[in-house]
Design a protein around this ligand. Structure first.
Ligand code: ATP
Ligand code: MG
Length: 629
């Protein structure tokens, strides 16, 4: 219904038309009561002929109006304006949506048929993903996400428009043909196709849409932002539908050299035909986008991976990953200036066991393999700004390492041999952005990526001997003693490892020709990693003679065997990884012992612990007192 400037709809005065879409016309208007400029969308009359439908619309609009997120255009209200309160008056009642007025342009206009820089595309995609996540959390699904419904404000903010509207305008799920988006009302063929081109396969098939359908549409938009080409747009609607159902768009790398592989995989993960295989939530998607955004800068030089397995007897403990800043130790080497004290940041907050943790290529995201509470081992992702970790959804897996190109080496189906420390499992590769793990070889104890991310080093036991192979199949070192924590140097020319010889342990390096030498002799091993420039090996070890006091020292040893102390810590520290800018990923092991008494006949045990770590030493003959240490 075209409305002239100056027309009044109750409290609203029409100022100017803003645009028209499949669902009606949009106007700039003033709300006279609060003197606020708003956008008003006048909805087609026939939608409200049915009272039940109108009630549903109202209910849903209330949920939408409760959404409060910077990535979503605010819906102020859904209103019914009787014809009599129109100036000039009209015979018919109007139904309008009153929205936040946005200044700027739609994403469709902003794209203008060209591709964006990766940086800009990531920025906009991130904002969109966070907006989607906020709505999905409230159970609101967009269902018609497309560049026309995404707005770029003048100050560079992304706002999603028309959230849930497609749903509001559709009949109940399942009735025929109604799942098509709003633009099917449009007459311009290009409009119809443009819309269709962002629909998920399940929507095209007329099946119910859920959050994952929005993720598909999001993927199609992100693809377009990065390539400048519509992912599924074809000449006719029938061809477009067929493309959505059956075709993958051309690889992003063919249209845009600058797309990091992690981002390409992320887009592909959004565009999976089967919703089961997509990101399961926009929250996960936003999380991964943040990680990719961090990696899209300079090319990654090195820092690679391995894993370790080590006996941990009984008891529950809390393990925290910490990043300790000790960059000054490297930068100021040669000086005698005192380095600043390290700063710590805790990354995990659950009870359980973290086996291996690594920095992702962005140096911020941390990937780790852990068994939390009584759960089986899984691979998780976390970032320093968030107290949350999210599982990557790889069943029965722990981590070996992360490649500089964002690929994971994981340990599947870990099993422990009779000698409890010999934990091994199937080595498999899987992209950080998701997918099915691809098994490589079995019974691997440690694995580490070469600095270019092409080859893997493995440590395994063959015919009773521990051996390091790099690349897989080429034996560089073999011993009857235990090898622990082998890691490839940043230049890829050396492998450092512990060799546990019973009463003592040595750190050794072996070169690619198999020549090896000992750098330092220790009492025990506790994991190692290379310094970013490859000049030192950082390791954590229990302090000599101080095991009762439980003090760990973090040391660095040069290739010439010269050691220096980086940090002393009251507690058991495990070294997991060192980032390229010199931050360290540490685990803190804490064993907690609890004493519980169960009286005869009682159903529940009673906490008897006193202080931290109570051990039962004796029970009085009358059964009324216990002796504890
Ligand atoms: P659909 O009906 O499928 O959403 P559409 O997005 O093309 O299709 P409308 O949502 O009706 O059409 O919007 C028409 C145009 O009005 C938009 O393209 C946009 O330019 C403008 N518009 C919509 N909402 C606002 C708003 N809140 N602030 C400013 N402009 C808006
Ligand atoms: Mg719209």
């Amino acid at each position: 219904m075209p409305l002239d400037t100056g027309t009044r709809l109750g409290p609203y005065e029409i100022l100017a038309p803003l645009g028209a879409g499949g669902m009606g016309e949009v106007f700039r208007a003033r709300d006279g009561r609060v003197d606020r400029i708003v956008a008003i969308k006048v909805l087609p009359q026939e939608l409200f002929e049915d009272a039940e439908r109108r009630a549903r619309f109202e209910r849903e609009a209330r949920i939408l109006a409760s959404l409060n997120h910077p990535g979503i255009a605010v819906l102020y209200s859904f209103e019914e304006i009787p014809g009599a309160s129109l100036v000039p008056p009209s015979a018919s009642t109007l139904h309008i949506l009153v929205m936040e007025l946005l200044e700027g342009e739609t994403l469709r206009a902003a794209l203008g048929g060209a591709k964006l820089s990766t940086k800009r595309a990531l920025d906009w995609a991130r904002q969109m993903a966070h907006g989607l996540a906020a709505a999905h959390e409230k159970g609101v699904i967009h269902r018609d996400l497309k560049p026309e419904n995404v707005f770029l404000t003048k100050d560079g903010r992304i706002k999603i428009l028309d959230f849930g509207l497609a749903k509001l305008t559709q009949a109940e799920e399942g009735s025929s043909g109604t799942n098509l988006p709003t633009q099917t009302r449009g007459t311009e063929p290009g409009v119809v196709m443009g819309t269709l081109g962002y629909m998920s396969p399940e929507q095209v098939k007329g099946k119910p849409a859920d959050a994952r359908s929005d993720i598909f549409s999001f993927g199609a938009i992100l693809y377009e932002m990065l390539s400048g080409q519509r992912a599924f747009h074809r000449e006719t609607a029938a061809e477009t539908i067929s493309a959505i159902l059956r075709e993958d768009p051309p690889d992003l790398s063919t249209t845009n050299q600058n797309v990091p592989p992690g981002l390409e995989r992320l887009v592909a993960h959004c565009l999976e035909k089967n919703p089961e295989q997509r990101f399961h939530s926009a929250h996960d998607l936003a999380f991964d986008l943040e990680s990719v955004a961090g990696t899209s800068g300079a090319p990654i030089a090195s820092v690679t991976l391995a894993s370790r397995a080590r006996p941990r007897l009984g008891a529950a403990f809390v393990l925290a990953g910490l990043a300790a800043a000790f960059a000054a130790g490297f930068v100021a080497r040669g000086f005698r200036a005192a380095p600043p004290p390290p700063a710590f940041k805790r990354l995990t907050f659950r009870r359980g066991m973290v086996w291996t943790a690594r920095f992702a290529p962005d140096g911020q995201t941390v990937v780790y393999g852990a068994g939390w509470e009584a759960n089986p081992m899984e691979v998780y992702l976390t970032r320093p700004e968030s107290p949350e970790s999210r599982p990557l959804g790889i069943a029965d897996a722990s981590l070996f390492g992360v490649s500089p190109t964002g690929e994971l080496a994981v340990m599947l189906h870990a099993h422990t041999s009779a000698r409890s420390y010999e934990r091994s499992g199937t080595l498999a590769r899987v992209p950080l952005a998701g997918g099915s793990p691809r098994p490589i070889i079995e019974d691997v104890r440690y694995a580490d990526w070469s600095p270019d991310g092409r080859e893997l080093m493995v440590e395994r036991i063959v015919a009773g001997k521990h051996r390091i192979e790099f690349p897989i199949g080429k034996v560089l070192y073999e011993t009857t003693f235990r090898i622990e924590s082998p890691r490839i140097s940043p230049r890829g020319d050396l492998i450092a490892f512990f060799e546990a010889k019973g009463d003592f342990t040595v750190i050794r390096v072996v070169d690619l020709a198999g020549k090896s030498r000992t750098l330092v002799t220790l009492l025990d091993w506790w994991n190692l990693a290379w310094s970013p420039d490859g000049s030192e090996i950082i390791y954590a070890a229990p302090e000599t003679g101080a095991s009762a006091a439980d003090v760990t020292s973090l040391q660095a040893v040069t290739l010439a065997g010269k050691s220096r102390l980086l940090l002393r810590f009251p507690g058991t520290l495990e070294l997991h990884d060192v980032s390229r800018d010199g931050r360290i990923l540490l685990g803190i092991l804490r064993f907690e012992y609890q004493l519980v008494g169960l009286a005869a006949g009682a159903k529940d045990g009673r906490e008897l612990s006193a202080l931290d770590g109570s051990w039962l030493s004796g029970l009085s003959s009358d059964g009324k007192s216990i002796l504890l240490t």
